[in-house]
Design a protein around this ligand. Sequence first.
Ligand code: GLY
Length: 357
Amino acid sequence: MKKTISRRRFFNQTIGVSAGAMILPLTGFKFQDKGKAIRPVIITSHTNDTGKNAMETGWEILRNGGSAVDAVEKAVNVIELDPEDTSVGYGGLPNEDGVVQLDSSFMDGKTYSAGAVGCLENIKTPSSVAKLVMQHTDHVLLVGAGALAFAKAWGFREENLLTEKARKIWLRWKEDLSPDDDWGVPEHLRNLKSSTSYWKDFPEVEHHYGTTNVIAIDSNGDIAGCTSTSGLSFKINGRVGDSPIIGAGLYVDNEIGAAGATGRGEDVIKSCASYYIVLMMKAGRTPQQACEDAMQMIADRYRKVNPDYLPVEKFVAINKSGETGCAMMKGTRKPAMSVRTENGYNKQEGNIVFPDK
Ligand code: GLY
């Protein structure tokens, strides 16, 4: 009988080093058992310049043989620290009281560990706090004052997260909210053609569920992911969205892949969307198909209740082989995601599942 040798054994024997000593990209790739090379990759739902910078930061760690956990954390930090981004971390839009409350979750597929924070105030990088919850507690989710105390115990400094830009957007939202409250110009000046609003030249209020997902596969084939957000802008004080809920805003399974969600968190929580996407990939669906399956599943739930209702959602996913997918529930512009591999940066388009809505 012909003796076969797995590519992994062949690789290790030929090169004469242990698998752990092989570091990309200087010497080549490690191989999974089925003979497929493990190619590190990092993705994010963010496609602006900051998202691209985040990918370069994460890639540099992966390229040097660093872990998916470290690559993901450092990449998310880049997005969280961008003061111009009104959906994540520092500069995020506040709740209805003008207070920035951040949510984030972290999951490490290698150790099947997860950590998260909800309603965290005054800390610019909630993802790093979520990572510490994951690595240094026996809990998964800390919220509010407890999450802040935990962060301070780890040496995080309290800082004002409300940028001038975010504060002005919030003030405009407050003044525009209702003609029946007392915010805005005095009553006798309202509706006068001659009255010039302070907000005349100010851009339209952004009101959104913006969030970021970052997921990486390292040179050992281990997968980690993080979701971070300032949540729904002008939310009710104390509202927690899907981002810090494991299985909703994020899920990682080292044997299958990972998924993350942005969009209306309430629906992502009810549908356990990220977990659903990973289960669909386990059942053999591609990441693209699995993201679209999750959209269909959510739409099906509403069909009987209110057929005209479809929440705004965007999902990204990656499988163990590094295939990626991205889908959006509705809209006019195709959804996209950032993908960084040894071949460079690539903005990859996905599909709108209900383009007619
Ligand atoms: N997906 C972010 C949120 O709903 O808070």
